[in-house]
Design a protein around this ligand. Structure first.
Ligand code: ADP
Ligand code: MG
Length: 322
């Protein structure tokens, strides 16, 4: 059986990449990290708990990817550039096969974003993965939730509702073809954080958030923070091919309230419309305008003819009463 320090050294210790932000990595009491001159730090923590965020026995390589991806998604939503991350890990046992695959998934995504694992903590316990991520952004360029203004357009990246579709298929609540399931499951297990888009939206978007708990709930946070309301056109919601084969009710419910999308939802003034589309091209991701911000509070959803649709927001809340 591996000791704690063998485990850390074998699976989680690599030399800092040259030219990166990390001056001193795993092995001392603290890591030493340099923020670029004239930028401030963007810091976020996200935890994944077995049985809560993923099924027991989940594929470890995908878990390594997802644990980091959900944190990168928060940096993306702030318009921040990744610098490094720390990993707090509780493991029931030092299973070498599991650790090998988990660290492979983790470092593959870290390498894609040229960032180092800077340190962490390792204990025995029920499987729990907690990452704190560090990024940087020029202070005036950070994409806060507070900046949405009446008249701004509301945009989302990629497609919505695929992760929820996969989850319900895996739970046996609906049936997909093997091909549809393989694509939707990829979206659930290996989400793509929209880092390049966040960077491209600096100076263009007025507010941004990543869609982790469902569009209505997450957009609701932007509206609350900005003191505004919004109108969303349900027919404008970008859907993947598999979800488009389901009922209209399911399409709306999964796209508006399904969680785990990790797309960006952002607002931008109308005069930035062409600049937003250009940012989508730069970041190589489809962007769809789904509605606009209003001065009056409240979130209204309309169909193609402008008639109101009654869909309530019930995005995920860990402590909601049943
Ligand atoms: P301390 O007792 O000083 O907190 P630890 O014994 O917990 O240090 O950890 C030793 C070193 O290994 C530290 O540099 C810590 O950041 C790093 N470390 C521990 N667990 C992990 C992990 N899962 N991934 C990366 N680095 C880790
Ligand atoms: Mg420690």
């Amino acid at each position: 059986m591996l000791s704690e320090f063998e485990l850390i050294s074998r699976f989680f210790t690599r030399a800092p990449r040259s030219g990166g932000a990390l001056r001193l990595g795993v092995g001392d009491d603290c890591a030493l990290l340099a923020a670029p001159a004239a930028e401030i730090l963007a810091v976020s923590t996200d935890m994944l708990v077995e049985g809560r965020h993923f099924f027991a026995g989940a594929e470890p390589e995908a878990l390594g990817h997802k644990a980091l991806a959900v944190n990168l998604s928060d940096l993306a939503a702030m318009g921040a550039r990744p610098l490094g991350f720390s990993l707090a890990l509780a493991l029931p046992a030092a299973n070498e096969d599991w650790l090998e695959k988990f660290s492979r998934g983790l470092f593959a995504l870290a390498d894609l974003h040229q960032m180092d694992l800077i340190g962490g903590d390792t204990t025995r316990g029920p499987l729990n993965l907690c990452i704190t991520i560090f990024g940087s952004v020029p202070e005036s360029a950070a994409l806060r939730r507070t900046g949405a203004k009446a008249g701004d357009e509301i945009w989302v990246s990629g497609t919505l509702g695929d992760a929820r579709l996969a989850l319900e298929a895996l739970q046996g609540k609906l049936t997909l073809t093997a091909y549809q399931l393989s694509i939707a499951a990829q979206r659930l297990h290996r989400p793509t954080p929209r880092i390049a888009l966040g960077l491209a939206l600096r100076g263009i978007a007025s507010a941004a958030i990543d869609v982790s708990d469902g569009l209505l709930g997450d957009l609701g946070h932007v509206l609350d923070a900005s003191g505004t309301g919004a109108v969303i056109q349900a027919d404008a919601l970008p859907l993947g091919a598999a979800l488009r084969t389901q009922s209209k009710t399911m399409q709306n419910e999964f796209a508006l309230n399904g969680g785990d999308d990790y797309e960006l939802c952002f607002t931008a003034p109308v005069h930035q419309h062409a600049a937003v589309l250009a940012a989508g091209l730069t970041a190589d991701v489809a962007l769809t305008c789904i509605g606009h911000i209003r001065a009056e509070a409240g979130l209204h959803i309309t169909d193609a003819s402008g008639q109101p649709l009654a869909i309530s927001s019930h995005s995920f809340d860990h402590f909601a009463r049943p």
